[in-house]
Ligand binder design. Sequence first.
Ligand SMILES: CC(C)(COP(=O)(O)OP(=O)(O)OC[C@H]1O[C@@H](n2cnc3c(N)ncnc32)[C@H](O)[C@@H]1OP(=O)(O)O)[C@@H](O)C(=O)NCCC(=O)NCCS
Length: 185
Amino acid sequence: MDWTEIDLSEQLSLHEEAASVLLDAFLARGIASWPNLESARKEVEHCVAEPNLCIGLLVNGKLTGWVGLRPMYDKTWELHPLVVAPANQGQGVGGALVQALEQRARERGLIGIVLGTDDENFETSLSQTDINGSNALDEMQRLTNLNHHPFEFYQKCGYSVVGMIPNANGKNKPDIFMWKDLTVE
Ligand SMILES: CC(C)(COP(=O)(O)OP(=O)(O)OC[C@H]1O[C@@H](n2cnc3c(N)ncnc32)[C@H](O)[C@@H]1OP(=O)(O)O)[C@@H](O)C(=O)NCCC(=O)NCCS
């Protein structure tokens, strides 16, 4: 298999495919952040605009997934979004994209990457309890995966849970914040 990393900002002809992958990957998870192709196209256009980074992975010439990085803090930028086409998930594409993005981030002089991974479908233990100011830290330490929530994928990529916003997307639908120190190999 031929795996080729590409800079999506230089590949105009792949933007429509990138929008389709974004749409399909989240709809397959039952998440309607991008409910139609038009909203997905707008996200792609935002992700490829300066100064953002946007990396794709071609497998045998086909776009199988892509990832974006955008400024959040001076030296720590936000990973958003990361998508792998449903048919290509579980083959190492997501991990390869994250690694490629981290390499580009280091080249930009960044020292950290942060991301928010929403639990909109009650897939983690954080969705099973009412979280308030007094139990938030304990519940984060007890975090477990109930149904393939991607926080565990990010942990395997070296990201740590560093915070959350309870009820971010509705009652018991938190956003889980994760972070990686890029200065440690
Ligand atoms: C999450 C996502 C990017 C992972 O990409 P992928 O190509 O399937 O992941 P990989 O094959 O590189 O997996 C790397 C490791 O993470 C694990 N992993 C992947 N997804 C996982 C999940 N949802 N839950 C638990 N572990 C997961 C794999 O089992 C593998 O573990 P291993 O190294 O022990 O074998 C992909 O499933 C996806 O696009 N999902 C839909 C969109 C989405 O949820 N994006 C992230 C939102 S924050």
